[in-house]
Design a protein around this ligand. Structure first.
Ligand code: CO
Length: 208
């Protein structure tokens, strides 16, 4: 007997339902993927990329890690961005955080959490860069703002990768967006920092 049989049962029911609605769905999907979007989001189980924007398989290329961090030297994330931009030729990269992020919360605490503290150092950096904006706020307001500021910082990190810079240099259409999602009501918020060129990056970095 299969361990986790219930998941295989759910899979079969899901695939069957899709085939009933569209008999060619999987055969067409198996021939190519041509997503327009790369989603860089949090690993949190409550923030699944496709479901939030109600798109079927094949529409979003996804990278997720704790607190949706884009580290300059993270080969995993950089490889995803390179493949998405240079091979799939996505037109949009979306960095999406969520309020109530456990990674952000852990980074705000003083207690140790083990090896993950090394990863959370990146969030503490964001906190340090924005110390003025964050000072004097209540815990909850600070928590929400740090979730947003982390998105902005990671958008900048995406824009500063050689991959995105090279894409802009050859005049590829590529926008980088920063969004935050509310687990409480299921609604996405655009943080209005869409960046589409080196010039915009330089201009917006002065303000944010
Ligand atoms: Co999270």
């Amino acid at each position: 007997m299969k361990i986790l049989k219930h998941l295989f049962d759910r899979n079969l029911a899901w695939a069957t339902a899709i085939k009933e609605e569209d008999p060619d769905f999987f055969s067409l999907l198996s021939k190519q993927q041509a997503p327009e979007y790369l989603w860089i989001g949090c690993s949190d189980s409550r923030v699944p990329a496709n479901q939030i924007v109600n798109l079927p398989p094949g529409e979003i290329f996804v990278h997720r890690n704790i607190a949706n961090v884009v580290v300059h030297t993270d080969l995993n994330c950089l490889s995803v961005i390179q493949y998405a931009v240079e091979v799939l030729k996505v037109k949009h990269i979306i960095v999406c955080s969520h309020y109530g992020c456990g990674g952000i919360k852990a980074a705000m605490e003083n207690q140790g959490h083990g090896i993950i503290d090394n990863w959370l150092c990146h969030i503490r950096d964001v906190s340090r860069f924005n110390a003025e904006k964050l000072s004097g706020l209540t815990h909850d307001k600070k928590f929400d703002l740090l979730c947003e500021l982390n998105v902005i910082e990671q958008v900048k990190n995406v824009c500063n990768t050689t991959i995105v810079q090279n894409a802009w240099d050859i005049e590829a259409t590529l926008s980088v967006h920063g969004w935050v999602y509310s687990i409480q009501n299921g609604i996405l918020k655009d943080l209005d920092i869409c960046i589409t060129s080196r010039e915009q990056l330089a201009e917006k970095c002065k303000k944010i």
